[in-house]
Design a protein around this ligand. Structure first.
Ligand SMILES: [Zn+2]
Length: 365
């Protein structure tokens, strides 16, 4: 056990419900400092929301510097000209893969789903099919696995126990969709499912991100140019974030997002870029007009029960039908009694945010 962990355990229990107050009008750095120095659930819902909105101001500035409005990226996606689709786990410790500097040259669509699974059915599969249809003809498909994947760990335990009913339909569905004994084996099984979905001609790259040493390994027999580019970007991002050489150790200690994000599958930037978030700040799943299904619900349930965030953010491009979609997402989350209870008691709060495609601003709706 590391010293840091012992410190966490010594912290008075009351802190979970009455967090240390960050100053009113706290800066992003102050809130980030508080998040880093506290355990799971260290930030209040209000503080978590402030982190998202303050981070988003940075995103808007970087966009203005880059000279590309998100609208152009969004149009590329809607016109079926996206350069890549990447499917990766909800885990908050994953790192961002895009940046404002990508401009219109490298437009990716980011799907976040527990255990980077390709489901056999349901809304999440529809979302994946939808974004694949928005790829340019030679666009790239990427599955990214990561070390210490909780979904794979749970699957292994469940399998050894004889695949019992967990009492939660969302969790049952997810455990059935994960395969193998390791994140690598699971990722290659998902690769086969995706191959059968898109046919042999579409290139699929499988990558494995190890946040302990910052490496990204390519597991699939083929690897696209775009995937190689993203691999080197991710390794660079990791290196930049690892100023003290202890990032891997910190991330491995605990997953502690301050917010669970449900983001539309048509967002023109990853949510980490939109919120200028660092690793271990945002836990994420993807939603669409079809609502949330068991895979998304399993993610949200896991976060609510095990990771401590007091804040859920819905994020989607500002467009017609957005509010109706948010209503649907909320109803789907409320279908889980454990989550509904936390929403009713105020232990978890939802913020609805529209993404302004002309300047990248998140606006409460
Ligand atoms: Zn995972």
């Amino acid at each position: 056990m590391t010293n840091h962990r012992m410190e966490e355990q010594k912290r008075p229990k009351g802190e979970e419900t009455t967090p240390i107050k960050a100053p009113k009008n706290a800066t992003l750095e102050q809130l980030r400092g508080k998040h880093k120095n506290s355990g799971q659930g260290g930030l209040s819902a209000q503080e978590a929301k402030s982190m998202i909105l303050l981070g988003n101001k940075n995103h808007q500035e970087k966009l203005a510097d880059s000279g590309t409005p998100p609208q152009r990226r969004y149009e590329k996606i809607m016109d079926g000209e996206a350069d890549y689709v990447i499917i990766f786990c909800s885990d908050a410790r994953n790192a961002t893969l895009d940046s404002e500097q990508d401009g219109e040259k490298l437009v990716g669509v980011h799907i976040r789903i527990a255990g980077n699974v390709i489901p056999f059915e349901g809304v999440s599969l529809d979302e994946i099919k939808d974004v694949i249809s928005k790829l340019k003809p030679d666009g790239d498909l990427i599955i990214m696995a990561h070390c210490k994947c909780g979904a794979v760990g749970e699957h292994v335990k469940w399998n050894q126990a004889g695949q019992p009913d967990t009492g939660s339909e969302p969790l049952n569905a997810l455990l059935h969709a994960v395969f193998g004994e390791t994140p690598q084996e699971n990722a290659m099984a998902q690769y086969e499912t995706l191959k059968s979905l898109v046919g042999p001609d579409r290139k699929i790259t499988v990558m494995m991100y190890d946040w302990e040493d910052g490496s990204v390994e390519i597991l699939s027999p083929e690897a696209s140019e775009t995937a190689r580019l993203l691999k080197s970007k991710l390794e660079r991002f990791h290196q930049e974030a690892d100023s003290d050489g202890k990032l891997g150790e910190r991330l491995s200690e605990t997953q502690k997002p301050h917010t669970t994000v449900v983001a539309s599958n048509l967002m023109p930037f990853s949510i980490d870029t939109v919120c200028d978030a660092e690793q271990n700040e945002l836990f994420a799943t993807t939603g669409s007009e079809g609502g949330l299904d068991h895979y998304d619900e399993a993610s949200a349930l896991y976060a609510a029960e095990h990771l401590g965030p007091k804040h859920i953010a819905f994020i989607a491009p500002m467009a017609a039908g957005m509010e109706k979609m948010f209503d649907r997402w909320e109803a789907d989350l409320r279908s889980m009694p454990q989550v509904a209870e936390k929403l009713d008691s105020g232990a978890i709060k939802i913020t609805r945010l529209g993404y302004n495609l002309s300047n990248g601003a998140l606006q409460e709706v």
